[in-house]
Design a protein around this ligand. Structure first.
Ligand code: HEC
Ligand code: HEC
Ligand code: HEC
Ligand code: HEC
Ligand code: HEC
Length: 497
């Protein structure tokens, strides 16, 4: 279904983009070619003609908008409410819908953690700081590290670190969210992700700024986990490796078109116990990240876990939006298709082509987001996405039923007096099952970014959950020395409450 010419074109586009695009269509009339070359020149000129100077401390996008009005206009549209079947957000303008009301098994999985209080649909970039400040999760103590991905925070990092952003960043986990948020507002940098977070203010080249990403990707490159979607890591590994992998030096432009998003759309750990961590030291696949967390210790020496489940007592790993990680496992990433290809496709703006800075669901824009490569009907493309997402959704609901049955079985065993020690195998299986189910549930593409990988993970989740249920039921059959089982208190597979 893919137009190979166009894929190659997409990968090799650069200075010769316009000319090759024309020849790919197969009718490179001289006039068309000339028009396109002129366009390309205008495009480049447009990028560098500046009516105002912008620098590294200019976090207000409005100022950049004077130089690049079309990109700024797109950026501002991220405030528009959008919804697709599974994407964007349902709910009011005031706040998106609660995911934990839509899927009650999610709320139950999170009992004992702030996500059981408030966990909503995501929405456009314009809201990121507002929605973080508004969440009821802040009724529990949260760390200053939260701002890493919700604000234009680099100048604050530099000022805390005496000019060194990484040093500044390393201190921020100790601050309460409220303290650091106040400093952000006082410093005048209380903006959502801004131009300066993805662009070098002098050259406008893409670059990554976030210390969490810089450290995480360096650790990934230092490991030997295969990452076929990121060729520059394989290149780096062939060399002397005497310096850590630095994406701003080594990544291709195409890789940067995904790395800028990987600064935030990733799994992470964030609290006042240790600095913000991207867990990629053993690879980015679900079991590699799990192994990384299982080997992690908190500074006080205790084993790593996000929370203890309120009903069962299991130590749980919470997954956060692993878009970047899941994307790496899919055919698109491995064919060199970047986040920006689908989420910021080129659009015509007068005489030039620009990247659509209205970052949103590609399903609102199939024509430019997909049909640039797939010469398939729009309705057929939509049908394929829908099939993938529906299957993923259905498998996930089965996972939800399985995890509920596991929790019910543990609760029932406990009420029969089975000890925590005897329940250990079931509790460990809860951790494994929940980590996998949450990994796919927290990922925001409803399986699209890597359909087979998502299905593999959900298959494992359901299997571990049912194994855990069985372990809990059997542990109840073994006399534990505690009060004897009440007749009729057999575990049920129906959701509690
Ligand atoms: C081949 C195209 C493609 C690529 C590449 C891609 N995505 Fe997506 N993405 C999609 C589709 C399709 C959806 C589902 C949208 C929907 O359900 O409305 C989606 C959904 C999302 C969502 C949720 C959107 C919403 O409206 O709720 C986020 C966030 C996201 N992707 C981020 C990323 C990031 C980050 C990357 C790169 C690491 C990436 N995507 C790469 C096509 C792509
Ligand atoms: C500084 C962190 C950060 C960066 C960088 C970032 N995002 Fe986001 N993104 C967020 C946050 C936070 C939200 C959710 C905002 C909310 O719900 O208030 C979000 C939301 C989204 C959504 C959902 C939009 C909607 O209308 O529902 C998409 C799609 C998305 N991002 C894609 C991307 C892509 C693609 C990139 C790279 C080009 C990117 N993001 C870069 C933090 C970031
Ligand atoms: C590594 C980057 C990163 C960090 C650190 C981070 N977030 Fe987010 N956050 C995101 C992204 C990306 C989204 C959008 C995707 C989604 O909603 O799943 C988001 C969405 C949200 C949302 C809107 C959806 C929801 O969950 O209700 C809230 C609220 C939020 N984050 C609060 C926080 C708080 C509080 C912290 C600190 C504990 C935090 N974030 C730390 C990247 C981050
Ligand atoms: C989340 C990251 C991100 C943010 C924030 C962002 N951009 Fe971009 N921008 C991109 C990507 C990706 C491209 C494509 C660059 C490429 O392929 O080399 C791009 C391209 C551009 C270009 C080159 C021409 C084009 O459109 O392709 C300009 C100019 C630009 N952006 C201006 C801005 C301005 C002004 C802002 C703030 C209002 C901004 N950008 C915010 C990611 C971002
Ligand atoms: C930059 C080019 C490009 C863009 C943009 C793009 N694709 Fe693809 N797509 C590919 C390539 C390359 C493949 C892999 C084809 C192969 O190996 O057979 C692919 C494969 C697919 C597949 C098969 C997936 C699978 O797991 O086997 C689907 C479905 C698909 N694309 C849908 C979409 C949709 C929907 C969009 C827009 C949201 C999109 N693509 C955007 C290039 C692209």
């Amino acid at each position: 279904m893919v137009n190979q010419e166009n894929v190659t074109w997409w990968k090799t586009r650069g200075a010769v983009l316009a000319a090759i695009a024309v020849s790919a269509i197969g009718s490179a009339s001289v006039t068309a070619l000339l028009t396109n070359i002129t366009e390309k020149k205008t495009e480049q000129r447009n990028q560098y003609v500046r009516t105002v100077d912008v620098g590294e401390d200019d976090t207000d996008p409005e100022k950049w908008g004077k130089n690049w009005p079309a990109q700024y206009d797109g950026y501002r549209r991220t405030a528009i409410k959008t919804a697709t079947r599974f994407g964007g957000h349902a709910g009011s303008e005031a706040l998106p819908d609660e995911k934990i009301d839509r899927d009650p098994w999610l709320r139950r999985m999170f009992l004992g953690y702030a996500f059981s209080i408030d966990y909503r649909d995501r929405r456009g970039h314009a809201y990121m700081l507002h929605d973080q400040e508004a969440t009821q999760r802040l009724t529990k103590p949260q760390s200053g590290s939260c701002l890493h991905c919700h604000a234009s925070v680099m100048p604050l990092y530099r000022s805390l670190g005496g000019g060194d952003a990484v040093k500044g960043f390393e201190q921020t986990f100790k601050f309460s969210y409220q303290e650091l948020n106040k400093q952000l507002h006082d410093s005048g940098h209380a903006h959502p992700v801004s131009c300066v977070d993805c662009h070098d203010s002098k050259t406008m080249a893409l670059r990554v700024t976030r210390p969490g990403f810089l450290k995480g990707i360096a650790a990934l490159a230092a490991s030997d986990a295969p990452v076929p979607a990121i060729p520059s890591i394989a290149e780096y590994r062939k060399g002397s490796k005497d310096k850590p992998y630095d994406p701003n030096e080594r990544a291709s432009r195409n890789e940067m078109r995904s790395f800028v998003c990987g600064q935030c759309h990733v799994e992470y750990y964030c609290s006042t116990k240790m600095p913000l961590t991207f867990p990629w030291g053993k690879g980015v696949k679900v079991e590699q990240i799990e192994a990384f967390w299982n080997e992690t210790k908190f500074p006080d020496g205790s084993p790593f876990g996000d929370y203890v489940h309120k009903e069962t007592g299991a130590s749980i790993l919470k997954a956060q939006h692993p878009e970047f990680e899941l994307w790496t496992e899919g055919v698109h990433a491995q064919a060199g298709v970047s986040c920006a290809d689908c989420h910021m496709p080129y659009q015509r703006e007068g005489a030039s082509k620009i990247s659509d800075h209205w970052v949103r669901s590609p399903l609102l824009n199939v024509n430019r987001a997909c049909q640039s490569c797939h010469r398939t009907d729009e309705s057929e493309l939509r049908r394929r996405v829908d099939t993938i997402q529906q299957r993923n959704h259905d498998l996930m609901q089965r996972g939800g039923a399985a995890i509920t049955a596991l929790m019910d079985a543990i609760v029932a065993a406990k009420s029969r007096g089975v000890t925590q020690e005897l329940l250990r195998p079931a509790l460990e299986l809860q951790r494994k099952a929940q980590w996998r189910l949450d990994f796919v549930a927290a990922e925001n593409s409803m399986g699209f970014h890597a359909p087979q990988e998502a299905a593999r993970i959900l298959g494992e989740a359901a299997d571990y959950a049912r194994q855990g249920q069985l372990a809990a039921v059997l542990s109840g059959a073994i006399p534990s020395g505690a009060p004897s089982a009440t007749p009729g208190a057999a575990p049920s597979a129906t959701p509690a409450k």
